[in-house]
Design a protein around this ligand. Structure first.
Ligand code: ADP
Length: 191
């Protein structure tokens, strides 16, 4: 299997690049943010819970997020691989993902990281807030909080995969297609 963790701060372009990668490599795209938003839209119990954290720029608790991700992986038993987008966001999530994949006799192939500096992220998120309908992109304080949460809780996940020799960083500013090509080059070098 080809299992990719697409990593990077809020606004780095994970959603945009995921769409292109799944098309080229026929992977199943699991975006925890998208799944939470679908639950909010469908007014499920999970959606109500997730919304209370997302609106503040906080992470949804690990226990809930991990359970949801596991059930999504299990729903796709015949996938030739996955793109995990927005997951894992904590070290506990990374460990849970490793053991889930191990139980299926597979593993993470690589972590592809989109590297974008903070000023650019804030600009992109506010711009996205004008059209995305996402409450968490409209409020500068919530954006600031998400970037802080990323720096404090999520960036250790980078060290986790670096220690396994799986971290590959790509510069995430420039033409969408050029960034896509850089990501493909990394994937094709291990395939
Ligand atoms: P972005 O990367 O632009 O912040 P996402 O759609 O990935 O957007 O995430 C939106 C929100 O959903 C996060 O701020 C967080 O509240 C919640 N969320 C998404 N993925 C996770 C996760 N793996 N663990 C905890 N919370 C998550």
């Amino acid at each position: 299997m080809l299992n990719i963790v697409l990593f990077g701060p809020p606004g780095a372009g994970k959603g945009t690049q995921s769409e292109k990668l799944i098309e080229k490599y026929h992977l199943v795209h699991l975006s925890t943010g998208d799944i939470f938003r679908a639950n909010i839209k469908g007014a499920t119990e999970l959606g109500t819970l997730a919304k209370s954290y997302m609106d503040k720029g906080q992470l949804v608790p690990d226990e809930v997020t991990i359970k949801m991700l596991e059930s999504e992986v299990n729903k796709n038993a015949h996938a030739i691989g996955f793109i995990f987008d927005g997951f894992p966001r904590t070290k506990a999530q990374a460990e849970a993902l490793d053991s889930l994949l191990k139980s299926k006799s597979t593993s993470i192939t690589m972590m592809l990281a989109l590297e974008v500096e903070e000023a650019e992220l804030k600009k992109r998120l506010l711009l996205r807030g004008e059209s995305s309908g996402r409450a968490d992109d409209k409020n500068p304080e919530v954006i600031q909080k998400r970037i802080e949460v990323y720096n404090n809780e999520t960036s250790p996940v980078k060290d986790y995969f670096t220690a396994q020799g799986k971290y590959k960083g790509v510069h995430g500013i420039g033409e969408i297609n050029e960034i896509f090509q850089a990501l493909c080059n990394e994937i094709d070098s291990v395939k």
